[in-house]
Ligand binder design. Structure first.
Ligand SMILES: Cc1ncc(COP(=O)(O)O)c(C=O)c1O
Length: 378
């Protein structure tokens, strides 16, 4: 089955007893046992729930993984997967990551004794130099949030596996429609399902997709022990979003390419970060490992005053944190997603007071171009 069909018909053979076309929302915390010696498929919703399980199975298939587990947010998914590591383990992570992941690593995992080195993972030599005997994990986002660094997944997987370490890839920005890190060697794929998978800015969700049974069993064990699973109604919403994922991603990709072309002629935009730009550093790698470029663009404008004016004057773009939904959003990473990253570190990576991040939606692209134009020049 092709990806687009899978999004709608992954399991036509396992309809429930009512024959519902959409997955039924099974709003039950517990399940009545049929007998003492009879194995029930479900017993308690922290362990598993039919609506959630349906979604998890679908996401595992879309990513080409062994199994998947759905959580109440992307951060829960990342937190649970970091339970695989203990005091004394060493992690090499991209220095450009979603601010919440950096906060977890620096302020929680590090405090609990896990060692971290942060580096530009798009430069593989950097990574090789940092590998130590106790290196257990390489953690990347590609493209990274928010400066769109591209890391070669196949090559970095080799570095990890040569050293018996795992590779985790946060695939939120490109989604399984464009990029399948497990097929390229990743051991675990993470998602903020809040973004493109759900696609409508109406619920939080997160996924851990594993490449093998051993990791799946461990994640399930931590998940049932800790909690934080995705609720049945939210599972339904994410599954409904996935039905149109290919359509949305195609439109978003198209819009982003056209928007970047237009923004290049705006003299007050000094720098554009977009992986679909032929002149961008990671272009050849992204072409090799992804079927599309996605809809995330960052820009550096001429001044701090202009950055603030844009946020104030946009009419179609909404000044709001998050990404990946049908509505185009614009974010000020310095004050929002990356507010907890120390200023010196932020500035080193160009995330300064002139830096804005755009999540392109499915509106008419000419409306989007005109909206930014009036916000910058009028
Ligand atoms: C790349 C990436 N990963 C993970 C997360 C965390 O996801 P959530 O907000 O669903 O907890 C985000 C949130 O913005 C993100 O951008």
């Amino acid at each position: 089955m092709k990806f687009e069909t899978l999004c709608l018909h992954s399991d036509n053979n396992i309809k429930d007893e009512w024959g519902t076309l959409t997955t039924a929302i099974c709003q039950s915390a517990t399940f009545v046992h049929k007998g003492v010696d009879i194995n029930n498929p479900y017993s308690y919703s922290r362990l598993s729930n039919p609506t959630r399980r349906h979604l998890e199975t679908l996401v595992a298939k879309l990513e080409g993984g062994y199994d998947a587990y759905a959580f109440s947010s992307g951060m829960t998914a990342i937190t649970v997967s970091m339970m695989l590591f203990k005091k004394g383990d060493h992690v090499i992570a991209s220095d450009d990551l979603y601010g919440g992941a950096l906060r977890l690593f620096n302020n929680v995992n590090k405090e609990n004794g896990i060692e971290f080195d942060f580096v530009d993972t798009s430069n593989l030599d950097n990574v090789k130099k940092l590998v130590k005997e106790n290196t257990k994990l390489i953690y990347i986002e590609t493209p990274s949030n928010p400066t769109m660094q591209v890391t070669d997944i196949e090559e970095i997987a080799k570095i990890a596996h040569d050293n018996k370490a795992l590779l985790f890839v946060d695939n939120t920005f490109l989604t399984p429609y464009f990029q399948n890190p497990i097929k390229l060697g990743a051991d675990i794929v993470l998602h903020s399902g809040t973004k493109y998978l759900g696609g409508h800015n109406d619920t939080l969700a997160g996924f851990v997709v594993t490449s093998n049974k051993e990791l799946a069993d461990k994640i399930l064990y931590y998940s049932k022990t800790i909690g934080g699973q995705l609720a049945p109604f939210d599972s339904f919403l994410i599954e409904r979003g996935i039905k149109t994922l290919p359509l949305r991603m195609n439109k978003i990709n198209d819009n982003a390419i056209k928007l970047v072309e237009a923004l290049k002629s705006f003299d007050k935009i000094k720098k554009i970060y977009y992986v679909g730009d032929k002149d961008s550093k990671g272009y050849e790698i992204i072409k090799k490992q992804s079927k599309g470029f996605g809809g995330m663009i960052s820009i550096e404008v001429e001044s701090k005053e202009l950055a603030k004016k844009i946020l104030k004057d946009v009419k179609i773009f909404q000044y709001a944190e998050s990404l990946g939904g049908v509505e185009s959003l614009i974010t000020y990473p310095m004050l929002q997603t990356h507010a907890d990253v120390p200023e010196v570190e932020r500035n080193k990576r160009g995330i300064n007071d002139k830096f804005l991040r755009i999540s392109v939606g499915i509106e008419d692209v000419y409306d989007l171009i005109l909206d930014l134009k009036q916000a910058i020049y009028d």
